[in-house]
Write a protein that binds this ligand. Structure first.
Ligand SMILES: *[C@@H]1O[C@H](CO)[C@@H](O)[C@H](O)[C@H]1NC(C)=O
Ligand SMILES: *[C@@H]1O[C@H](CO)[C@@H](O)[C@H](O)[C@H]1NC(C)=O
Length: 392
């Protein structure tokens, strides 16, 4: 952020009549980094703090991020890419990986979970389909290192592991995956780790824009759908998807596993054939979802289990392959500007310029101001400050 923006923020702080809105978000966020223009992790730490987001998911175990977020209150899910899974079935390699990539960050960085692979069933690699041995080996290595009470092990799956997703009570997994999922579910039940799904009602809408009601997928007021077996009413597709996964897990004999949403989101831009990918829709999807998370809502079939969500994603990622939507899931542009308004204000501090020298001075000033602001935010003193400012 520039000096000008920094100083106008300060003006806003001191002289505006309206309080700056800072929500305590119970939501998590995915920090994808397939881009060449993202701000440094230390600037991202300020952005997260200003948003009061304290749960983050990475796709790797990037030491730059993990070191930067030491001594913060941010809980991390870290990832091991699919390509590492075969090696992780070797207990020695699993232990070495943990000793080199995870243990040095504990406990000062709050790593709570490792996802072993992402959407392995989307690959045609049957060896990967059985990612269970790798999960088991890494879990055993955590036990050996005495870390299993702080860090758990899981994997994240796409929703197309379901063969039936509606009505939610009839949810079931694809037949061809059942031999793999049996072992995976037993593992989750045994080590008490959650079953993660990447759930995108956007995909359902994009594939069928004439039949899927937009309001139903965007959490807008709508007539909803009723599960004819349970009579439970669903006013949005995401909750129906989560309950379908619970039903599928139950059909395999488990009622002891929690389902969490490791990714969900909506693209703000897409190709011509990607219906619904607009900033307005993305703002409604994510804004409405955040409100529901704030209210600690649960799904109809699991009334006592608040929905647990990691939004995808913090930033637009300019190097992601595929259709245009793939590069436009971010809540923020890499420069810290929100892509659309979701009712939450966040701040990304300025970069330190290398020339000319006056700019350095100015950006140092603005960085210091941001540190002060971040401190005030963390200490909950913004309101006092504003009142002092407006009393003169
Ligand atoms: C941040 O969130 C936490 C818990 O969600 C809450 O207790 C705290 O008051 C929030 N702080 C601010 C400045 O919003
Ligand atoms: C797997 O282990 C082998 C042997 O140690 C190593 O050469 C290879 O790079 C590893 N694969 C990955 C993806 O790390």
């Amino acid at each position: 952020m520039s000096y000008m923006a920094a100083s106008s923020l300060l003006l806003l702080l001191f002289f505006s009549g309206s309080p700056i809105q800072i929500l305590g978000l119970g939501v998590g966020i995915n920090y994808g980094q397939i881009a060449n223009n993202l701000p440094s992790p230390s600037r991202v730490a300020y952005l997260l703090k200003s948003l009061n987001i304290s749960r983050m998911k990475l796709y790797d175990a990037d030491p730059n991020v993990l070191v930067t977020f030491s001594h913060t209150n941010v809980d991390f899910i870290i990832g091991l890419g699919n390509e590492y899974l075969p090696n992780m079935t070797d207990p020695i390699k699993a232990r070495i990986w943990l000793q080199q990539r995870v243990q040095p960050h504990l406990p000062q960085t709050r790593i709570t979970c490792i996802t072993m692979g992402n959407e392995v069933f989307k690959t045609y690699d049957h060896q990967l389909w059985s990612n269970l041995p790798a999960m088991q080996t890494v879990y055993n290595a955590l036990v050996d290192l005495g870390l299993d009470k702080q860090v758990t092990v899981t994997s994240a799956h796409s929703l197309d592991i379901l063969s039936i997703s509606f009505p939610p009570s009839a949810g079931s997994f694809r037949q061809d995956l059942s031999e793999y999922l049996h072992g995976i579910l037993n593992f989750h039940a045994e080590v008490k780790s959650p079953f993660l799904i990447n759930a995108y009602p956007y995909f359902a809408y994009k594939d069928n824009p004439n039949e899927v009601p937009l309001d139903y997928v965007l959490f807008q007021p709508n007539q909803g759908t009723v599960d004819p077996i349970t009579n439970l009413k669903y006013d949005n597709m995401l909750y129906a998807q989560v309950d379908a996964v619970y039903s599928a897990i139950k059909a395999m004999g488990h009622t002891d596993i929690k389902v969490q949403i490791s990714e969900t989101g909506w693209p703000s831009r897409g190709d011509d054939d990607e219906a619904g990918a607009t900033p307005e829709n993305a703002g409604l999807y994510n804004g409405n979802l955040l409100k529901r998370i704030e209210e600690k809502q649960s799904t109809p079939a699991k009334p006592n289990v608040p929905v647990n969500v990691y939004v995808f994603a913090l930033f637009n990622e300019n190097l992601k392959p595929g259709p245009a939507s793939e590069r436009n899931y971010g809540l923020y542009y890499p420069n810290g500007t929100p892509v659309y308004n979701i009712g939450v204000q966040g701040y990304l501090p300025g970069m330190v310029y290398t020339s000319p020298s006056t700019k350095i001075a100015l950006s140092v000033v603005s960085n210091v101001l941001f540190i002060v602001i971040a401190y005030l935010i963390s200490a909950g003193k913004l309101v006092d400050l504003k009142m002092e400012g407006s009393s003169d």
